[in-house]
Design a protein around this ligand. Structure first.
Ligand code: CP
Length: 305
């Protein structure tokens, strides 16, 4: 593949190949000397139309560890403020001959559209409620390192599934690798037809977490709920917020994950987020490794590679 636009379309073998490459990158990143030369001479542009802490910084670190020249495009200060469109912005950057563009955009499908208009490789860093493929890969690597396998594990994805590209990418990936995937949410936060993605649907944490090996919490994306159903944060936490009492429904050795940014006291309590079962910091470390693996894999398909 020239681009990474989603988990959909990747085979289990391709996913496993990326996870194996990421495992190597974890070892490299724990050394004093962290650099490789795979992307030496290459130019990587990070083009983020939506806010990001983890994804943008880890793509920057990943590119630099591989020797690329990395440019972070500051959309807020760009000529998009003067009316230039996304596609004209892409064409303008494309004329500067980058090798890889990493894109985050609030509209589902915008990254795929942009990929059709440029000559370089494009990586989807999150498009609307569609996909966030590197997040699913880093989550899989985190689970694999904690549990030694993915096949057969019961993974409960809880909360605002409706607005979550993280949930979609994770459901596709975890199913491809043989996990048993559940979603746990009030009906108002579930997309219609979610069962078609191969998940079991639960509407209470008590039922959905029973026997779970992995409890994956999602942020309540209030910014995407313009005018539609907005739950009371207090009620939401009472029924769907993960605290110690609800985590006790899961297996005693269950691990807790959250893609970030977290809203403490909304979808997750600090006692759990900072507790012994939490892998939230590990997820961030794995984020750099997975993005190195993705960039290296795409680099093999670049012209003159
Ligand atoms: N998980 C995630 O995508 O975080 P950011 O929005 O901070 O990049």
């Amino acid at each position: 593949h020239r681009h990474l636009l989603g988990i959909e379309g990747l085979s289990a073998a391709e996913i496993e190949g990326l996870l194996a490459a990421a495992e190597d990158a974890v070892a490299l990143s724990r050394q004093v000397e962290k650099k490789r030369t795979t992307l030496r001479g290459r130019t990587q542009v990070n083009l983020f139309f939506e806010n990001s802490t983890r994804t943008q910084s880890s793509f920057e670190i990943a590119g630099k560890r591989l020797g690329a020249d990395v440019m972070n495009m500051s959309v807020g200060n760009s000529s998009m403020k003067k009316g230039e469109t996304v596609l004209d912005t892409a064409a303008t950057l494309n004329a500067m001959r980058p090798d890889i563009i990493v894109v985050r955009h609030h509209a589902a499908g915008a990254v795929a559209l942009l990929a059709q208009k440029v000559d370089c490789s494009v990586v989807n860093a999150g498009d609307g409620a569609h996909e966030h493929p590197t997040q699913a890969l880093l989550d899989a690597l985190t689970i694999l390192r904690a549990k030694g396998r993915i096949a057969g594990l019961v993974v409960a994805i809880c909360g605002d599934v409706l607005h979550s590209r993280v949930a979609r990418s994770n459901i596709i990936l975890l199913n491809a690798l043989g996990a048993q995937v559940r979603v746990v949410a009030p009906s108002t936060l579930l997309p219609t037809g979610i069962e078609r993605l191969g998940v079991e649907v639960f509407r209470t944490m008590r039922e959905g977490l029973a026997g779970a090996d992995v409890v994956m919490m999602l942020r309540l994306q209030l910014e995407r709920m313009n005018g539609s159903f907005v739950p009371s944060v207090k009620e939401y936490f009472k029924h769907f917020g993960l605290d110690g009492a609800k985590l006790a429904y899961a297996r005693p050795d269950a691990v807790v994950m959250h893609p970030g940014p977290m809203n403490r006291g909304v979808e997750i309590a600090s006692e759990v987020a900072d507790g012994p079962q939490s892998l939230i910091r590990d997820q961030v470390e794995m984020g750099v490794a997975v993005r190195m693996a993705v960039l290296e894999t795409l680099a093999r398909h670049l012209p003159n590679a």
